[in-house]
Design a protein around this ligand. Sequence first.
Ligand SMILES: Cc1cc2nc3c(=O)[nH]c(=O)nc-3n(C[C@H](O)[C@H](O)[C@H](O)COP(=O)(O)OP(=O)(O)OC[C@H]3O[C@@H](n4cnc5c(N)ncnc54)[C@H](O)[C@@H]3O)c2cc1C
Length: 813
Amino acid sequence: MKSHARVVVIGGGVVGCSVLFHLARAGWTDAVLIERDELTSGSTWHAAGGMHTINGDPNVAKLQKYTISLYKEIEELSGQATGVHLTGGVFLAATEARMDWLRNMVAKGRYLGIELEEISPREAAELMPLIDPGQFVGAIHNKEDGHLDPSGVTHAYAKAARKLGAEIERFTKVEDIVCRPDGMWRVITNKGEVVAEHVVNAGGLWAREVGRMVGLELPVLAMEHMYLITEDMPEVAAWNKKTSTEIMHAVDFDGELYLRQERGGMLMGTYEKAGKPWSEQATPWDFGHELLEPDIDRIAPSLEVGFRHFPAFQNTGIKQIINGPFTFAPDGNPLVGPVRGLPGFWVACGVMAGFSQGGGVGLALSNWMMNGDPGADIFAMDVARYGDWASMAYTNTKVRENYSRRFSIRFPNEELPAGRRLKTTPIYDCLAQRGAQFGSAYGLEVPLWYAPEGVRDEFSWRRSTDFEHVTAEVKTARERVGLSEISSFAKYKVTGTGAGAWLDRLLACKLPAAGRMTLAPMLKEDGRLIGDFSLANLGAGHNGKAEWFIAGSGVAEQYHMRWFERHLPADGSVKIEALGLSRVGLSIAGPRARDVLAKVTHADVSPSAFKFMDIGRIDIGMASCLVGRVSYTGDLGYEIWMAPEYQRHVFEILLAAGEEFGIGLFGSRALNALRLEKNYGSWAREYRPIYGPLEAGLDRFVAYAKPAEFIGKKAAVAERASGGKLRLRSFVVEAVDADVIGDEPIWHNGAVRGWVTSGGYAHHSGVSVAMGYVPKEIADESDGFEIEFLGRRHAARMQSVPLFDGNQERLRG
Ligand SMILES: Cc1cc2nc3c(=O)[nH]c(=O)nc-3n(C[C@H](O)[C@H](O)[C@H](O)COP(=O)(O)OP(=O)(O)OC[C@H]3O[C@@H](n4cnc5c(N)ncnc54)[C@H](O)[C@@H]3O)c2cc1C
């Protein structure tokens, strides 16, 4: 074994081998993969080998499509057969709600280049003869589905990587990983040590153990998973003979089943409701090529449905039941990327569909390691979507929930029950008493809307039980004054002698003067967005030291901290701290917001004394708060930040003062409706790392001419000169009883040209709104747009001027 390498990849499952292959293909051949046993000795060897392009997240779907397209290349490069059978597949719906979900998939596929076709149950049965069409209401057909040989694929990656110059050490166990003072990693094995610049944890079933070697507790857990293989079936033989093709794949969501042909019989697997975790605390090192004891009772309810939906199974015997463990993250997506605080340590684990996703994971990670950027929008798989709050027990409850719901529909208004009430703010109970219906964001309970006694969300693709109540909340905020909790934002404090200069380089905006705020886009080297914040210059405090306050997306706190810390100067002249829930917030907004504020403070908050985008320390009642004159509702409003011990006091005093003005509470659904009619985008929806500031309409906040060489300046200037490719636009949609959710295709003159990033009903304006990207060439056309959702194309009119307060009189007045 070599003593030094640029990269050590730990784990020779399908994921580790894919990472090694991608690094070697892109030129990093000084890489060695270390596997404690034979390759495939974790989950990989007993996988069912199914592969699919469709995924709820369009960015993950793109990487799945890439994975499947890769198999031919690695087979040719390595000379190792991958056993790919591109049979095609049918996805079956037994209910109308499921069919709506599938129609949304078909629509998404149009801009992802995934060809999906809606078909009738009868047509599905013509393609896949074991189906009883009477059991289903519809289906979609995907030509790109199939299965492969898990061991063949893994060895093909490995052989191709070796051919390109990478090395593989089998039967070598990594026992410890130590970071040297110079930042290099000592990877200590039972056969010696390798010193490496980068280490990749692709430890699969042992990813937690490998993480623990560097003090990292990764949110992954293995679940047992079973599939059965039948005896040879005459129906299979007859179909093979008649058509000279294999029986195609089927996914029966309502039965929680997947099926494919296996030799002369069939393979049927299930994500049963009563899923069972495996090795909850630690994975035994002596586990490898064993299988787990099958438990047919656990999967019997799903099998009963399966035997009804696919009657030929009733007349055949079961040859074998495979039960094996594989790992999941709390939301079922992989954990990929660099780990905050551990430069040079990377993860590629929690990959629950290694044969659909392994190639995409390898590509994204190798890009990231080599170029500092994954090259695609992979936030859905980014390890930084979790923070320390995702503890082992949280992971356990969420993974169980996710497994049991693997094939369940998640409606756009559905909040999942596991892992809840983990983080709450001091006014949680006050809000709950007033009917707050909570969702969870980055582990924190956030009020979505306020329900009268006895009313609850009815889960639906269409407008639901909350509709009229959110309308009332919006009315309060637009006509009188609304109060909302805003603690879920991420908040950061920046201090130190070098803070100003550092922020000037980090952020693309002009820095605000003391006592002022600005919108602050943050760019990557390639000039695309990696954050959008509000930045406040708090000036020098009583200690005479400059302080800056940043507020941004709550779900991206770890993601942004990773970026901030990566760019901190080494001399300690700048300190940045994520304030988390040590700073909580409330916001008041609406035409009477100033009247309420004036009643609870001695400070002068008159329009001339406290202008739009001013910020300062102000007492509210007896509590010292930081108050900024800004509101995401796009109206006159204030954001009020305080230490948590004051939140109840401030909440009560604002409500009491607001009574005479008709104050009312509003939640994040109302806020969404309010920001949509202002054409305001938000991080993780409109603003993502694949769009430039010009494309996203944030260029007016970019100080192209400022002297500071801010990150991404050159590329941003080039984008401005070339005009970029896309434009973010708002549309009013002719919708009847449902609104867009996000990820729907935008048609123009009969062709799919763009995609929706978010939308909903703008209750105050009384119209349905969608925001999304279209090519710049058609971005100024007002006619010819349609947006497809729930199986129908809806006429859409471009809305360039915000529906509400287009001239900003209310906002700035
Ligand atoms: C029953 C079953 C059916 C499945 N069906 C499908 C399917 O149809 N389609 C699909 O896409 N996926 C399927 N999967 C999931 C699939 O198997 C996984 O997504 C995939 O195997 C994950 O690969 P991995 O490389 O991340 O992990 P693993 O396969 O677990 O590999 C990790 C490797 O790391 C090595 N390792 C760990 N720690 C160390 C160390 N300290 N030193 C050296 N080596 C180490 C291990 O020995 C192991 O070989 C199925 C899984 C099961 C159990």
